[in-house]
Design a binder for this molecule. Structure first.
Ligand code: HEM
Length: 199
């Protein structure tokens, strides 16, 4: 289902485009995948962000909109990749988690998932670079960037159908957009490199 100006997906995409562009530049993915150590650091940051967002989402029930979000989902792939790279689950349990956006309504939850699942689509574009730089692949060490293949695609389509049942310029639409922007800001804070003075 394509984004159009007339649906909530179109509104979300337009509202978050500047933050996406900013993040894509700031992340400097080539630097993060240059060595195993920098890649592990990046995965650990992503793990904390995803666990925190998934915990916030667990309180919401999307079934009235015909959608189910499995949890833990993206964080499980990150934990598997980190285990492959020698970081055991016990070490991950000790991490302090970044605060998640307040997700008090179903539309807010869907706005947050829009960011998580959209980034899963984008992540697939990075997989070849990771494979080339670190000799890992979508089945070993970089499963997070591979996603669940066909399942990831189906999840995205199911999410868009649920989102597009919401009137884009209604109060509910506003809640979804606010939560998506907050989720982008959460990632911007969480992925900021230590030397970044704006971090
Ligand atoms: C290295 C950094 C990144 C790159 C290279 C990148 C690249 C991409 C690409 C190529 C797409 C289009 C995928 C497709 O339509 O199949 C995309 C979509 C998306 N990305 Fe990113 N991305 C990056 C970081 C992020 C981050 C950190 C987030 C949020 C946490 C994010 C959120 C999204 C969202 C929400 C979409 C879906 C837009 C839509 O179709 O409505 N991206 N990204």
């Amino acid at each position: 289902m394509p984004a159009s100006e007339g649906n909530l997906h179109g509104r979300l995409r337009a509202a978050t485009r500047p933050l996406h562009a900013e993040l894509e530049l700031a992340v400097k993915i080539d630097e993060r995948i240059r060595t195993r150590a920098s890649y592990i650091d990046h995965l650990v940051r992503l793990f904390g962000l995803h666990v925190s967002a998934e915990i916030a989402l667990q309180a919401l029930n999307f079934t009235p909109l015909g959608f189910a979000y499995p949890s833990p989902y993206r964080s499980r792939l990150l934990a598997a990749d980190l285990a492959e790279l020698g970081v055991p689950p016990q070490a991950l349990r000790r991490l302090s988690l970044p605060p998640a956006p307040r997700l008090e309504t179903i539309p807010a939850g869907l706005g947050c998932i829009y960011v998580l699942e959209g980034s899963a689509k984008g992540a697939r574009a990075i997989l070849p670079e990771i494979a080339a730089a670190l000799s890992l692949d979508g089945e070993k060490g970089a499963t997070f960037f591979n996603g669940y293949g066909q399942e990831t695609k189906l999840m995205w389509q199911a999410l868009l159908s649920a989102l597009n049942r919401i009137e884009p310029f209604s109060e509910e639409g506003r809640q979804a957009v606010e939560a998506a922007l907050d989720t982008f800001r959460m990632f911007r804070r969480g992925l900021a490199v230590a030397s970044d003075p704006n971090g």
